[in-house]
Write a protein that binds this ligand. Sequence first.
Ligand SMILES: C[S@@+](CC[C@H](N)C(=O)[O-])C[C@H]1O[C@@H](n2cnc3c(N)ncnc32)[C@H](O)[C@@H]1O
Length: 273
Amino acid sequence: MPPANAELHARKIAEVVVSAWHGADDSGRLDVPISVVATLAALPQADSRGNDVVELVSEWTVPELVAYFRHTWRSVIRSRPEVTHLVYPVISWIFDDSQASVHPHAHAVARAALDAGQPDLTGTDRRFDTDLLGQVLVLLRPKSALQARGQFYTPSDIAALLAGMSTVEEHCTVLDPMMGTGGMFRAAAAVMREQGRDPHTVSWVGCDIDETAVACATVNSMIWGLGRDIVFHAGDALTPDWETHARAQRDELRRLASGIERDQRLIAALTSM
Ligand SMILES: C[S@@+](CC[C@H](N)C(=O)[O-])C[C@H]1O[C@@H](n2cnc3c(N)ncnc32)[C@H](O)[C@@H]1O
């Protein structure tokens, strides 16, 4: 039985994921285990017929799992092209055939996360109550690296306390220039829901110098249902124009994607004539 407390459950998943990764691969890479957990977060707890998803997915072979990863990220990028550059640092290996040697290691990590019941957490409303990716990232990084980067994320209960002290109105902007994996956004969205407000109406603006943390925050924005008004930037928050730059990049990617879609429709119409 997974722990009833979401924080403890996330901790357990993070521990087995990191242990499986270190047992399979000694490269020190973060992108593979992070993206495995991020991709599995798209799974529901049960399929449309009520079958237990853990049982189904645990049977997948390495190629089947990689095919699912590719399918999932293609769908995400098709529906949210503006986040492509934010998640790219952790998902690029999935589309790179020259990195096939890492596929069995990713499979081992996925099995560990499934055995620890990840879909019971991220495939249910319990996902709103914890930062699983943040816990995985903190456990993956050596303590010395965390200290050097000042990467100590605000514990969930403290973040909740801070968020509860202020009122987050609908249609406002919430800014965290050193957002880590976005824990303060999660807490603010939780307070909004408790008060009957909709986090989808908010513009969430965040920056972090660590591109892996920004990738986690971006996936978290989907896990936590923050909506589509996400303005995230991987870079130095001391740079004066980072927010303007982030908005311009987001708008450019949206424009590019709609241009490609329009061209594809045009080509399809012409070839069907
Ligand atoms: C103490 S953590 C806080 C994270 C988050 N705000 C929270 O409460 O959980 C500080 C974060 O600041 C980031 N950071 C440090 N210097 C930065 C800079 N110059 N620009 C942007 N982010 C920076 C680190 O990578 C780290 O993720």
